[in-house]
Design a protein around this ligand. Structure first.
Ligand code: OSB
Ligand code: MG
Length: 384
């Protein structure tokens, strides 16, 4: 298809409750949105789920994403279209900017917008494009509370709403006793913890004590780019280690599987697949495929995305290859004071059902989009 225009917007969202992790606390979130327009009059939308700063990972902050889009990614797409006449497939799109190292979050916004176009052209839901067959599945919540009472409170609400799986944030000094209290309060719930790289080669030892609490997994205890040391400590902890921050690509996933296999503990590796962290849904699906082939469990992570981004992630979760419940819902109802979809996403009894709606299966609320956002820059491709 021929792209005629690319617009990049900045939207400002406000979380209904602050979200706290080992790396910071967030309330206001600025988000780039990529809007692709085509010669047949379609508009595809892609969210880039940035945080305010690069504390979670490199290049997840808005200035970095805007710079990558403006200086490199969008010009590469324009150049490619000028060379080959049209960007016909997601593969054409990805190959146009494959030479750019990094910029995964920026690339993922363009790819998401392109998938939205593809789905509109085919008049099909995204899950169908991606090979989804499991249309109803359990979903989880990620709790970013500031202290034990706050987390216990949010957990209580989530459990009362029927969510079958909780994830809580831990860091040194806020781990074993806290998880014990939570486990005592909810003896049966599927429970997992996320350290967001808060531990180092001395402090991680305390995590062995978490083996007592029958956790699904311990997410990213060590350094944000590390795979090797995670595979080493995994030999001494019975609870599976789940990698989030350190998986940027299929190659990273393969490297992890290689190391855990060499240590003969492959059943203790789990991978959190966040599409934007790995440059988009195409790479994310490849990772899901390869993990499935090796018996490594996966689930879909989130970035406090808007309803638009969450709806796309939920379509991805329709792949039967995804093993565990993902981070798709907020424990206390909606994530944001104002979202950009016309009907809020719902998970009655902690389970989500995908419908037959085209693309993400939700309607963008353009009034809300315009209220929350402004256009920052555009690329005109009509003439090439
Ligand atoms: O590590 O999974 C994470 C939010 C922002 C950045 C990193 C993470 C998270 C979450 C929330 O845990 C997931 C969600 O509910 O979207
Ligand atoms: Mg995480």
């Amino acid at each position: 298809m021929k792209l005629t225009r690319i617009d990049v917007y900045r939207l400002r969202f406000t979380l209904r409750a602050p979200f706290t992790t080992s790396f910071g606390s967030y309330r206001e979130l600025e988000r780039p949105f990529v809007v692709l327009e085509t010669s047949d009059g379609l508009k595809g939308i892609g969210e880039v789920p940035t945080l305010s700063d690069p504390a979670y990972k490199a290049e997840v902050d808005p200035p970095s994403v805007f710079t990558s889009l403006k200086e490199f990614v969008l010009p590469a797409v324009a150049k490619r279209q000028a060379e080959i006449g049209s960007i016909g497939t997601v593969e054409d799109l990805r190959s146009s900017y494959a030479w750019i190292k990094g910029a995964n979050f920026a690339k993922s916004g363009v790819e998401a917008a392109f998938w939205d176009l593809e789905a509109q052209r085919g008049q099909k839901p995204l899950w169908e494009f991606w090979g989804g067959t499991r249309l109803t599945f359990p979903v989880g919540v990620s709790i970013g509370g500031t202290n034990v009472e706050d987390v216990l409170d949010r957990a209580e609400t989530a459990v009362a709403m029927g969510f079958p799986r909780l994830k809580v944030k831990i860091w040194p000094g806020f781990d074993v006793k806290f998880v014990e209290a939570l486990r005592n309060a909810h003896p049966e719930i599927m429970l997992q913890v996320d350290a967001n790289s808060a531990y180092d080669l001395q402090t991680w030892q305390v995590l062995k004590e978490l083996d007592r609490f029958n956790l699904l997994l311990i997410e990213q205890p060590l350094f944000d780019d590390d795979i090797v040391l995670h595979s080493e400590i995994s030999q001494e902890i019975a609870t599976p280690i789940c990698l989030d921050e350190s998986i940027h690509s299929l190659w990273d996933a393969r490297a992890a599987m290689h190391l855990w296999t060499r240590n003969e503990i492959l059943d203790r590796l789990i991978i959190n697949i966040k599409p934007p962290r790995v440059s988009g849904f195409s790479e994310a699906i490849e990772i899901a495929d390869v993990c499935h082939d090796h018996g490594v469990k996966t689930w879909i992570g989130g970035m406090l995305d808007s309803g638009w981004g969450k709806a796309m992630n939920l379509n991805f979760n329709g792949l039967a290859k995804i093993d565990l419940p993902g981070d798709h819902f907020s424990p206390g109802g909606a994530y944001f004071e104002q979202d950009i979809i016309t009907e809020p996403l719902e998970a009655p009894g902690g389970s989500y059902t995908l419908g037959e709606g085209v693309s993400a299966g939700v309607q963008l609320d353009w009034n809300a989009f315009d209220r929350l956002g402004e256009k920052l820059f555009s690329v005109d491709l009509a003439s090439n």
